[in-house]
Design a protein around this ligand. Structure first.
Ligand code: NAD
Ligand code: 6OD
Length: 485
């Protein structure tokens, strides 16, 4: 692992003289230093991307770009262990999780969008004209130009590549800004771009924070043509204001307060296991994680008992520990935030079924940012902890009596990213899934997603859809050409 991570601008590695520390959340130790991009470095990245857009990269055909992106995927796989070690050091997530989800899905993004760009259809229409000769309309698609990609820390490579790959497949030049908490796999990705011969400036990397740092310098830069962002809804508001100045296209994947609705006719063991996974995976730090659970009254007590057992059986530990289920939260700051909700829940009158505090290990993990998996009951839907996104290993479980009530309460939120419904009644599954206002609804499952399907949220959970052809629709714009025959 390198002692200093640098920015990658116009095909060159750039240091700025100002650094920040990358911290391992398992034990609070420094992983490495990171060179923070200043406004001048971000401006150089934008210039380099603009040159690439107008130069070799912009002139490259779909076939050749797709071949390069496939080489990126191959190279990530060839350097699998480097990516794995880097992701685990930055996030503290378990090796099995990073090995089976983060890194392979990160590589797969490059392969799938390389395939899709070649299959991307264009429209054509023949029309009649007053002279009877007719005219032919057909559309061509153009890249947006210079695209800023701003990513969060929870699934660092996966969520960065999920935007970088389709943006580049569509022919855009990209400037990627990973989260300040997880800069390592993005830096490895820049190395890979360099190694496989991506033209200078087609992929640039700037490190730093949001406000008054690389994130804001990028979103405010007049020559950035479009912004794609995954992160908190509040950050989305700030970025939208910056983008409004030049009415830039934006694609936003934001926060959630995702419900699970569990009917008495479910397979109870499967529902308990599925909801436990949806609440506690990655220490609750997946945008799709469940924080509100509604359970039909006849099975409420049994469900809560089962979820408590699952929570208490989780093994918190180091990434390499045998049988570890969950690692730490990402940072001391994030743990403070989640703990403030643990306190607030008690003030609001919650029954703490399990958890609610910080585990003690008696070793170096006490310097890290672990937190107990937590389950609450007893609150009204108006409680703040039932309305605000917490992004930790925690949920509130409430009983309901009718399908109508369950749907109403699931939808009673400012967010709308995803939901899950647990029932063995096929008609009910379809019916309820259709009525829940969210970008993605699972029936009897969670976090199953083909990369070609549309992904995104409604209300405060986002703007637009990415995934498969939906990504290519965002990262390119059609122009119509009309030929008089
Ligand atoms: P965040 O919004 O704090 O930061 C995300 C990125 O934005 C980081 O790179 C950060 O440096 C940058 N940033 C922050 N302020 C900025 C500004 N003013 N201008 C430009 N850039 C700025 O989010 P986070 O804490 O990294 O991630 C957790 C959040 O992300 C949660 O709310 C979670 O729900 C959400 N998320 C959503 C999805 C989704 O697909 N909907 C996926 C993952 C995470
Ligand atoms: O892998 C995916 O399909 C995906 N969209 C993951 C999003 C995770 C959010 O934290």
């Amino acid at each position: 692992m390198r002692a200093l991570l640098r920015n990658y601008v116009g095909g060159a590695w750039v240091e700025t003289g100002r650094t920040f520390a990358n911290i391992n959340p398992v034990n609070g130790a420094k992983v490495c230093d990171v060179s923070e991009a200043d406004a001048a470095t971000v401006a150089r990245a934008v210039e380099a991307a603009s040159r690439a857009r107008d130069g070799d990269w912009g002139r490259m055909g779909d076939e050749e770009r797709a071949a390069l992106l496939r080489r990126v995927a191959d190279r990530i796989e060839a350097r699998f262990d480097d990516f794995l070690e880097a992701e685990v050091a930055d996030t503290g997530k378990s090796y099995p999780q990073a090995r089976t989800i983060d890194i392979p899905r990160g590589a797969a993004n490059f392969r799938i969008f390389a395939d899709l760009i070649k299959a991307y259809p264009n429209e054509s229409y023949e029309m009649t004209t007053p002279d009877g000769a007719g005219a032919l309309n057909y559309s061509i698609r153009r890249p947006l130009g210079v695209v800023a990609v701003i990513a969060p820390w929870n699934l660092p490579l996966l969520l960065l590549s999920w935007k970088v790959a389709p943006a580049m497949a569509a022919g855009n030049a990209v400037i990627a800004k990973p989260s300040e908490e997880t800069p390592s796999t993005a830096t490895l990705l820049a190395e890979v771009m360099d190694e496989v011969g991506v033209p200078a400036g087609a992929f640039n990397l700037v490190h730093g924070f949001g406000p008054d740092s690389a994130g804001e310098f990028l979103t405010r830069h007049p020559d950035v043509d479009a912004i794609t962002f995954t992160g908190e809804s509040r950050t989305g508001t700030a970025i939208m204001k910056a983008a409004a100045e030049r009415v830039k296209p934006i694609s936003f994947e934001l926060g959630g307060k995702n419900p699970a609705v569990v009917f008495a006719d479910c397979n109870l063991d499967a529902a308990i296991a599925g909801v436990a996974r949806a609440v506690f995976t990655n220490c609750g730090q997946v945008c799709m994680c469940t924080e509100r659970v509604y359970v039909e009254r006849p099975i409420f007590d049994r469900f809560v008992r089962g979820l408590k057992e699952k929570a208490e059986a989780l093994t918190l530990g180091r990434p390499a520990d045998t049988g570890v289920d969950t690692g730490p939260l990402i940072s001391a700051g994030h743990r403070d935030k989640v703990l403030s909700y643990y306190r607030l829940a008690v003030e609001e009158g919650a029954t703490v079924v399990t958890g609610g505090g910080v585990p003690r290990f008696g070793d170096e993990r006490d310097e890290g940012f672990f937190i107990q998996p937590t389950v609450w009951t007893g609150l009204s839907d108006e409680a703040r902890v039932c309305r605000e996104e917490i992004f930790g290993p925690v949920c509130h479980v409430a009983p309901f009596d009718t399908e109508e009530e369950a749907v109403r309460r699931a939808n009673d939120t400012d967010y709308g990213l995803c939901a899950s419904v647990w029932t063995q009644n096929l008609s009910r599954g379809h019916r309820v899934a259709k009525r829940i206002t969210a970008g993605l609804v699972w029936v009897n499952s969670w976090f199953l997603r083909d990369l070609r399907t549309p992904f995104g949220g409604v209300k405060l959970s986002g703007i637009g859809r990415e995934g498969g052809i939906h990504s290519l629709n965002f990262y390119s714009e059609p122009s119509n050409i009309c030929i008089k025959l």
